[in-house]
Design a protein around this ligand. Structure first.
Ligand code: ZN
Length: 359
């Protein structure tokens, strides 16, 4: 081992021991202008990528650098509209498409034949509009919510798109977040959704994406955040009467805390490598439960800094090139660690606290 006095001066620049906020802001501003060609294959998820950029700038308290009117106009251009009342009741979902490639114009009779509205894109669209302070009374929430009911299945789960696809906890979370953002729960049967979520808690305390599947950090976040948004579990439940809680709280707390590995980072499942994004997925679960105080914060911070890129942003694993997804969850993780200069996070909605407060 070299002593610190013998270190190459460049090395300290490359492996910084502090959160490089200015570099991260520049990284996101660059992505706001133009996405690198590597994202071509993610074209269909353009709204999701925009959510990472805009919500990221908001968490870094740097939202002033974007043109909010232009962003609102762009986001709203992805919304699908039924031509009339009859079309609204045709079983389709009228939300937001993820990008132009999944958006088709109505035919000569004004009928939308190919409607690519997707729950995840709709969540991202509404999250962006909330962050930039768009007036939600101007959004036709009745259309979104009435048609969203078509996606809920008899077992309580949701399909993400009306043509059918995989059904799991991710889309219950999107539906719950959409209802919460629109402050209207008429779009889903909460009781049925709750029953589905409860059937996904595994013997070890974590949640799998579907009943009987292996516990996973992302699925566990979707389960716990949805239950919190729907009002079925309280914040900071471990300091209250958790014995009457509808989920097994001690097992879930144990499972979540065991995901912090010896290198300080969080893994998504047992026996997997630590990965930047799980500092959010599991960290957010612990924050909702009130168990965040049991995290080894210093070692988590240390792990995350090994994933901080010299170009700004964060990578999945130490020393790799950054990507938008892991950058965003790196920022949320540092917000949870209460890094100065970052806005606090509304963990259950995945956006800043300020964005969720009324103007
Ligand atoms: Zn990851």
């Amino acid at each position: 081992m070299e002593s610190s006095s013998e270190k190459d001066p460049m090395e300290s620049v490359l492996s910084s021991s502090s959160f490089e906020k200015d570099r991260h802001v520049k990284f996101l501003q660059m992505m706001y202008q133009v996405l690198p060609y590597n994202y071509q294959t993610h074209e269909i998820n353009r709204l999701t990528l925009a959510y990472f950029v805009i919500s990221g700038l908001d968490l870094l308290a740097s939202l002033h650098s974007i043109d909010k009117d232009a962003v609102a106009e762009w986001v709203l251009s992805f919304q699908a509209h039924p031509s009339d009342e009859a079309q609204l009741n045709n079983g389709q979902f009228y939300g937001f498409s993820g990008s132009r490639t999944s958006q088709f114009p109505p035919d000569d009779n004004g009928v939308l034949v190919h409607n690519g509205s997707h729950l995840a894109s709709t969540y991202c669209a509404l999250a962006i509009l909330k962050i930039i302070g768009y007036n939600f009374s101007k959004i036709d929430s009745v259309t979104i919510l009435t048609s969203m009911k078509n996606l809920q299945q008899p077992d309580g789960s949701f399909m993400p798109i009306h043509t059918g696809a995989e059904r799991d906890l991710r889309f219950i979370y999107c539906a719950a977040a959409i209802c919460s953002l629109l402050k209207n729960w008429s779009g889903m049967d909460k009781e049925k959704a709750k029953e589905y979520i409860l059937s996904c808690q595994s013997y070890d305390g974590g949640f799998g994406l579907i009943p009987g599947s292996e516990s996973h950090g992302g699925a566990t976040y979707c389960a716990v955040a949805s239950l919190q948004l729907m009002g079925f579990i309280e914040d900071d439940i471990i300091s209250k009467n958790w014995s009457s809680c509808i989920i097994n709280v001690p097992l879930l707390l144990d499972w979540s805390l065991q995901r912090q590995a010896s290198d300080g980072g969080f893994q998504g499942r047992a026996n997997k490598d630590s990965d930047t994004c799980y500092a959010f997925w599991i960290g957010a679960v612990l924050r909702i439960l009130g168990g965040h105080k049991f995290i080894e914060q210093k070692s988590l911070r240390g792990f995350l800094l090994t994933c901080q890129s010299e170009y700004g942003g964060f990578s999945k694993f130490p020393g790799m090139l950054p990507d938008l997804y892991h950058s965003y969850y790196g920022f949320t993780a540092f917000s949870l660690l209460e890094e100065s200069g970052l806005n606090p996070l509304c963990v259950e909605l995945g956006i800043s606290d300020i964005a969720t407060s009324e103007i």
